[in-house]
Design a protein around this ligand. Structure first.
Ligand SMILES: C[S@@+](CC[C@H](N)C(=O)[O-])C[C@H]1O[C@@H](n2cnc3c(N)ncnc32)[C@H](O)[C@@H]1O
Ligand code: SF4
Length: 390
């Protein structure tokens, strides 16, 4: 079993969840609050969580990435985020080349804030643009216009950020192929090196879910979503963005180090309410409740709600799934000895079949998706899943 676990020496990330937003977007299920009354107590707790977490999940290798997500981390005072980086750096080595990302809502950025963020050590910014159409932005209840989003990206570049990503969502109600292509066209005119394009998910317990359920709003069917996804892949490829994960595209050399950590089965630390972490052997998640999170830390306890040691079957299936969802892939050297001979033969046959179709490349030590195969990542994963010997 030990041979299946993460090995030291690869990437090691750190994720901070900032649970505040200006307003709640109608489609969003991320843990965030529009009441900021507890903000001061929260930042104090977040800084104190660092030593509690490192006592429970010590880190030997230097950190290769730090990511502040949310919620809307760009609402925070840059110095509070910088303090977290410094406190972390006092207790664990941060690589001099580490990617340090801030997730930002374009409606919350000013040139002054961007300057301070650079001064606090951020070298990458990921902006939730979602769409360049005013009617889409209104429907999604975004706090910014298309022009504000473009200005925020240009301001970030002028401030000195050379690694800028934007998020777009496709499959919005009424979105035609032409309208989506226009969005992509607007995107590539900006000084960005990375784009995440997410197919809209109708998350339970959101206003969008209620509207779709009551028939007030209709979302596109699977065929239309596939057409929009095909357009995305083709358009971005023709314009110099390589697809390296199902929803992620980048200029050469600009794949997100932090996201690649999640996708290659490398470990990461997690801080903040609702944050999920992985120490190479077990996964843990923090309370998705700000009050409980803060109370626990103030009492000197880890704010952890749950911890799961991964069993053999979960590890093997996760590796197969991650392998077919990224072009970087994962190592699978260790899985074979944990399979019955007929299971191993079966898996090899399936891998050969999908390799012949051009969807993946594999050897006994490695599995990775081809750009063509990324389209079918979820389907391939389900086909490959196995029940290993316990
Ligand atoms: C935490 S948010 C990003 C940062 C910031 N809070 C913002 O919205 O500008 C992460 C990204 O997830 C995507 N996202 C959130 N909810 C989604 C949904 N229901 N379907 C598809 N994408 C979603 C959006 O593109 C969003 O930018
Ligand atoms: S999409 Fe971003 S800004 Fe909107 S509610 Fe979710 S986390 Fe907050």
């Amino acid at each position: 079993m030990a041979d299946l676990l993460s090995k030291p020496g690869g990437r090691y990330g750190a994720y901070f969840h900032i649970p505040f937003c200006d307003t709640k977007c109608v489609y969003c299920d991320f843990y965030s609050l529009t009441n900021h009354d507890q903000a001061v107590r929260f930042y104090a707790a977040l800084k104190n969580e660092i030593s509690l977490r490192l006592k429970s999940d010590p880190v030997e290798s230097p950190l290769s990435s730090i990511f502040f997500g949310g919620g809307t981390p760009s609402l925070a005072k840059p110095v509070d985020l910088g303090d977290c980086i410094r406190i972390l750096g006092d207790q664990v080595q941060i690589s001099s080349e580490a990617e340090i990302t801030l997730e930002a809502n374009p409606g919350t950025l000013t040139p002054e804030k961007l300057d301070s963020l650079l001064n606090q050590g951020f070298n990458r910014i990921s902006m939730g643009v979602q769409s360049f159409s005013e009617s889409d932005l209104k429907f999604l209840s975004r706090i910014h216009s298309a022009d504000t989003a473009k200005k925020a990206v240009n301001d970030a570049a002028s401030a000195g950020f050379t690694n800028i990503s934007i998020d777009l969502i496709f499959g919005l109600p009424g979105q035609t192929a032409e309208a989506w292509t226009e969005n992509l066209q607007q995107a590539i005119l900006l000084p960005i090196s990375h784009i995440s394009c997410y197919n809209l998910i109708v998350e339970e317990k959101t206003p969008l879910f209620n509207w779709v359920n009551s028939g007030k709003v209709q979302v596109p069917d699977d065929d239309h979503n596939s057409e929009l996804y095909d357009i995305t892949i083709r358009f971005l490829r023709e314009n110099g963005f390589n697809q390296y994960e199902v929803s992620n595209f980048c200029k050469p050399g600009r794949a997100s180090v932090h996201n690649s950590t999640y996708w290659s089965w490398d470990p990461w630390l997690a801080f903040g309410p609702s944050a999920h972490g992985f120490n190479g052997q077990s996964r843990y998640k923090n309370f998705r409740n700000l009050g409980k999170y803060i109370d626990n830390i103030e009492k000197g306890n880890l704010p952890e709600e749950d911890r799961e040691s991964l069993d053999q079957k979960t590890i093997i299936n996760e590796k197969l799934m991650l392998g077919v969802r990224t072009t970087e892939g994962v190592t699978i050297t260790s899985i074979w000895t944990h399979l019955k001979p007929d299971e191993a033969n079966n898996l090899r046959k399936k891998l050969d079949r999908f390799e012949k179709k051009g969807y993946l490349n594999w050897s006994d030590s490695f599995l990775k998706a081809t750009p063509e195969g990324l389209r079918f990542g979820d389907f391939l994963a389900e086909e490959l899943f196995i029940d290993p010997v316990v």
